[in-house]
Design a protein around this ligand. Structure first.
Ligand code: 5GP
Ligand code: 5GP
Length: 223
């Protein structure tokens, strides 16, 4: 009887461990934002306390998603970001994942928000979640892909197709382009979505794209 009981406990523990560490989602969106398009809107922006970010795409987040377009969020609100877990990544985070939200901050509140909303559903620990995201940005150099095709952040308009083609050519995968509008009402390149497998190591073609619509010609503002 005692033997059967301990066997039962073992099985229950095993099921718990497996379910706690296996990921319940189908892919990630890696979302990068163009700072010029975050800042030239009605809402405007605030530069981080560490200074104006460089003129490059910045990370918005790495978001677990389901193939049907829905997504899990806030999977463990009892697991807030512990800044000491990412102390070794801070310099890179400030460069590659700068916050543009107001009021100005060093970024920790933005990163904490992304961790709790999306990171806690990723099956990665805090350090791996941020390290993985930083590594992915390296694999997906958007600005380089665009400028190689003559598409520059100079306030001019480019066709949506030429932007998608340039990224497909440079990065190897088809992006989703999200637009927003500047204070004059022009449609502009705001965020670029690429898809990543559940391990967080490889870009993949997106199983499903978010909804939203850009004009056929969109502006690429300066920053
Ligand atoms: P919005 O409503 O501005 O498009 O999105 C607000 C927030 O909801 C995003 O910043 C993100 O945290 C989350 N979100 C919106 N769309 C998606 C999506 O398709 N997948 C995931 N995983 N999160 C999303
Ligand atoms: P999400 O839309 O990802 O759910 O939420 C983003 C939250 O982070 C919002 O509360 C937004 O104000 C804040 N935030 C701070 N910095 C940034 C930034 O640089 N970009 C975006 N999209 N949100 C930021």
């Amino acid at each position: 009887m005692k033997f059967i009981y301990s066997y039962y406990v073992l099985v229950v523990e095993l099921v718990f461990v497996v379910s706690a560490f296996s990921q319940d989602f189908d892919f990630f969106y890696l979302v990068q934002q163009w700072p010029g398009s975050y800042c030239d809107t009605e809402k405007s922006c605030c530069y981080p306390s560490t200074g104006k970010p460089e003129s490059d795409f910045g990370i918005h987040g790495l978001w677990p998603n389901y193939k049907d377009g829905s997504y899990p969020s806030n999977c463990d609100t009892n697991n807030p970001l512990n800044p000491s877990q990412i102390s070794g990544l801070l310099r890179k985070m400030q460069k590659e994942w700068p916050t543009l939200g107001c009021p100005s901050s060093d970024g920790m509140s933005f990163w904490s928000h992304e961790w709790v909303k999306h990171g806690t559903c990723s099956a990665l620990d805090q350090h791996s979640y941020f390290q993985t995201t930083l590594d992915l940005k390296n694999q997906a150099n958007l600005l380089q892909s665009l400028t190689s095709a003559g598409i520059k952040p100079n306030g001019e308009s480019y066709s949506l197709e030429s932007i998608k083609d340039a990224i497909k050519e440079g990065v190897g995968y088809t992006p989703f382009v999200e637009c927003n509008t500047d204070t004059s009402g022009n449609s502009q390149l705001y965020q670029i979505y690429l898809c990543v497998d559940t391990s967080g190591s490889n870009l993949v073609e997106c199983p499903v794209f978010p909804h939203g619509k850009c004009g056929s010609e969109i502006e690429f503002p300066t920053f």
